[in-house]
Ligand binder design. Structure first.
Ligand SMILES: Nc1ncnc2c1ncn2[C@@H]1O[C@H](COP(=O)(O)OP(=O)(O)O)[C@@H](O)[C@H]1O
Ligand SMILES: [Mg+2]
Length: 277
């Protein structure tokens, strides 16, 4: 059995979880290797399964990336899921389905009244092109908003939910629909820092609360089924209860090294999928 772990040219060997995942697959008799998604020489049909993992330049080349995904015979998560999930407008659908989501203005013509807020594009990863602005920063905030709109991008404006400064962000990882482990992410957006460069934030292990687990399960009920992996990112909302910041089904860090057994659980799920055709 042969597995490709899809990554990008900027990270040809995958992220820091790749060696553990490859070793766990090898222990199960499966040959796995990392392959950049745009590698022209790759024989994609020769793999029993392609696992989308670190394809992080897709934000600049979305149409090309989705066309590649659509041509693969066996991809996890599957191409329609990637198409849905690589644009944060899915958050609007989840909110309409009753999931508590960070309050969001979509493509607003004016800056919001909030004292502290976030402007970000709907297609982004790693906080790229994302900024936190205060009411005193109307000039650079306006320029940021206008630039994103002029680039034809869908823009999201949200209140800065400052409970993240003490509680952090919770990332709950599910493998084959089962909760596996969680991680805590420190806040990324500093006041006065302007538009952010690629930044993943500092990570540590986390025990999710019952409320976080319950919201994460609701999110997954409203999401596409058959997911190999899902990461549900939650922060405390305006009233303190957890709200969805992001549902990562495309290329998330899975923080496997934060939890004993997690790489093995993902390897088992990959083997189940590859052998069931
Ligand atoms: N409304 C918000 N309130 C507080 N922090 C936010 C908010 N939106 C984004 N952030 C911060 O910016 C980071 C990146 O935003 P996110 O929505 O997760 O997009 P992505 O990870 O896809 O770039 C988050 O991990 C969080 O630290
Ligand atoms: Mg995020």
């Amino acid at each position: 059995m042969k597995i490709a772990i899809a990554t990008f040219q900027g990270l040809p060997d995958g992220d820091e979880d790749a060696p553990a995942l490859i070793a766990e697959l090898a222990a199960r008799g499966v040959e796995a290797r990392t392959v950049p998604w745009d590698d022209a020489d790759a024989d994609w049909d020769g793999f029993d399964l392609v696992v989308a993992r670190n394809t992080w330049d897709y934000t600049e080349r979305l149409a090309e990336f989705l066309a590649w995904a659509g041509k693969l015979p066996r991809l996890a998560n599957r191409a329609e899921v990637l198409a849905w999930n690589t644009d944060k407008r899915y958050l609007r659908e989840l909110a309409e389905a009753g999931v508590p989501v960070v309050p969001t203005l979509w493509d607003p013509a004016e800056l919001p009244e909030w004292p502290d807020y976030v402007i970000k594009p709907a297609v982004s990863a790693g906080a790229r092109d994302t900024a936190r602005w205060s009411a005193a920063e109307a000039v650079p905030a306006r320029a940021h908003l206008d630039r994103l709109l002029a680039e034809g991008r869908t823009v999201m404006v949200q209140p800065y939910l400052d409970a993240i400064d003490t509680a952090g962000e919770s990332a709950l990882v599910f493998i084959d629909g089962e909760f596996s482990h969680a991680a805590r992410k420190e806040p990324i957006l500093r006041p006065g820092a302007g538009v952010s460069e690629l930044n993943g934030g500092t990570i540590s292990p986390r025990e999710p609360s019952q409320a976080e687990l319950a919201i994460a399960r609701r999110v997954l009920q409203a999401a596409p089924d058959g997911l190999l992996y899902a990461r549900v990112d939650l922060i405390p909302g305006p009233d303190g209860a957890p709200v969805l910041l992001e549902l990562e089904l495309s290329e998330p860090y899975l923080f496997l090294h934060q939890a004993p057994g997690a790489a093995g659980r993902l390897a088992d799920a990959i083997v189940r999928r590859s052998s069931s055709g």
